[in-house]
Design a protein around this ligand. Structure first.
Ligand code: ADP
Ligand code: MG
Ligand code: MG
Length: 254
């Protein structure tokens, strides 16, 4: 079934049109990658899907599990199984990571009609899911992301993903580089959690992430649209040829 359908999506930020007609269909069981130069609108797409208030949708639609995604508050999107991972996760001083993870996990469970987990039951679940990221349990007692290294934040994000069991996970890993350890954490997590019922959208600058995760579809974004879609070989082709053909194709579109 189709989980996420983006149709002719236009969006602006600060009066500046950025997305200019994005079309994307994501079905259960699929891994998609969106690639593209800096400034092509990749992060804007992920922020619009997350419901970031700075972004205004001016045309088009997004359907998620048959509902109008754009009508849902960001927390509802999350409860319904849309997961947004960002490169710079928030730090929340004074809130224990364990409690933060418990609250978000319980919100998702309530949506699915599952019972709330108390601290003890939740600790059992966390201990099991910690294996996905090989994270030291000591991180559960610290404040959310506070003082975590880049790799530790990534582990924590993937742990959150393992607990929330999203239907669609969108991971924006762009711009400044994640180191190879962080890429491996993301890749191992995605590969373990990807299954026939869920889907992943990787937004990435780097072919090297796609050496670790094999996408079913690769989309090339340019000037706020998806210019071309192919299979995993398209990422390798981009690595070889660069983005010059993108400029030519954009110029010919006028
Ligand atoms: P990518 O993730 O592909 O590098 P972005 O979505 O971050 O691209 O940015 C797309 C375009 O939107 C860029 O030209 C960028 O300068 C512009 N942009 C992004 N955020 C803002 C903002 N808050 N105000 C103005 N322009 C923005
Ligand atoms: Mg698959
Ligand atoms: Mg970006």
């Amino acid at each position: 079934p189709v989980l996420l359908e983006v149709s002719d999506l236009h969006a602006r930020v600060e009066e500046q049109p950025i997305l200019k007609g994005v079309n994307l269909t994501i079905r259960a069981g699929e891994i998609h990658a969106v690639m593209g130069r800096n400034g092509s609108g990749k992060s804007t797409l992920s922020k619009v899907l997350a419901g970031h208030p700075a972004y205004t949708v001016t045309a088009g639609s997004v359907s998620y599990m048959g509902s109008d995604l754009l009508e849902l508050a960001p927390e509802q999107r999350s409860r319904l199984g849309l997961f947004l991972g960002f490169q710079y996760p928030v730090e929340i001083p004074g809130v224990s990571n364990l409690e933060f993870l418990r609250v978000s996990t319980n919100a998702r469970r309530a949506q699915r009609g599952e019972e709330e987990l108390d601290t003890f039951a939740f600790e059992d679940l966390v201990r099991e899911r910690l294996k996905v990221v090989q994270m030291d349990p000591a991180f559960l007692d610290r404040s959310v992301n506070e003082g975590f290294s880049g790799g530790e934040k990534k582990r924590n994000e993937i742990l959150q993903m393992a607990l929330l069991e999203p239907l669609v996970a969108i991971l924006d890993e762009t711009d400044s580089g994640l180191d190879i350890d962080a890429l491996r954490i993301v890749a191992d997590g995605v590969n373990q959690l990807a299954g026939p019922e869920n889907a992943t959208l990787l937004i990435t600058h780097y072919q090297r992430l796609l050496d670790l995760i094999t996408p079913d579809f690769v989309h090339v974004m340019a000037a706020g649209r998806i210019l071309r879609t192919g299979g995993k070989e398209l990422a390798l082709e981009l690595e070889r040829t660069g983005y010059e053909w993108v400029d030519q194709e954009l110029a010919s579109l006028g």
